[in-house]
Design a protein around this ligand. Structure first.
Ligand SMILES: C[S@@+](CC[C@H](N)C(=O)[O-])C[C@H]1O[C@@H](n2cnc3c(N)ncnc32)[C@H](O)[C@@H]1O
Length: 195
């Protein structure tokens, strides 16, 4: 399948998350956040749509990561440098911005376990992968570096913000939109400079 979006043509297959409202919301937020040639990491890049949009519309240097081998192959085909791995365990170095449209839905008993489930669900409350990511990202951010991440009212936006505050991020919001049965928000978290 092919999708035209913001100066890109994105190809994706059945085993890869289809770019959706959350992808577009995060892509918009990332474009408004990036200044110049920053180093960007996208965790859970899926088809690579957000990374490809950043590459096509900014001078930033972008790398993607995904645990799904089909997603990693798709991102590569869409012209973005990519690593297959689990969250940030496979990367070295620090980044100015790390973005993530995570699996944020609560997992229900009997849900089929396939790559689309891996893309959608984050444990029993939807926050398992997000909480791991928030901890893993900190050592990979420069001082004053920031994360940008989508969360849903179904995940618990306030619970995610509390976790970010407990990890000492400066928490902000880059926009909210209502889609069907959920409210989506893009949260930003800035790593405090050490004193
Ligand atoms: C909601 S999809 C977002 C895909 C794409 N960024 C977009 O916005 O269209 C979540 C992505 O995270 C990936 N993912 C899930 N768990 C992961 C993990 N532990 N490490 C890396 N990627 C993961 C999934 O394979 C999926 O591609």
């Amino acid at each position: 399948m092919n999708l035209h979006y913001k100066n890109t043509v994105i190809k994706y297959t059945d085993s890869v998350y289809e770019p959706s409202e959350d992808s577009f919301l995060l892509a918009e937020a990332a474009l408004s956040e990036i200044k110049g040639s920053e180093r960007i990491l996208e965790v859970g890049c899926g088809s690579g749509i957000i990374s490809a949009v950043i590459k096509a519309n900014t001078t930033a240097k972008i790398t993607g990561i995904d645990i799904n081998p089909h997603a990693a192959a798709c991102t590569k085909e869409n012209g973005v440098e990519v690593i297959r791995g689990d969250l940030l365990s496979c990367v070295k170095g620090k980044f100015d911005i790390i973005i993530f449209n995570p699996p944020y839905l609560p997992r229900h008993e009997g849900t089929k376990k396939d790559w689309i489930d891996v893309a959608l669900t984050g444990g029993h409350d939807g926050r398992e992968i997000i909480f791991r990511f928030l901890e893993d990202a900190l050592p990979h951010l420069v001082e004053n570096g920031r994360i940008l991440m989508v969360v849903s009212s179904l995940t618990g936006i306030e619970e995610v913000k509390s976790k970010m505050k407990s990890l000492n991020y400066i928490v902000g919001e880059k926009g909210q939109e209502r889609f069907m049965f959920e409210q989506l928000a893009v949260l930003s978290g800035t790593k405090r400079a050490s004193v």
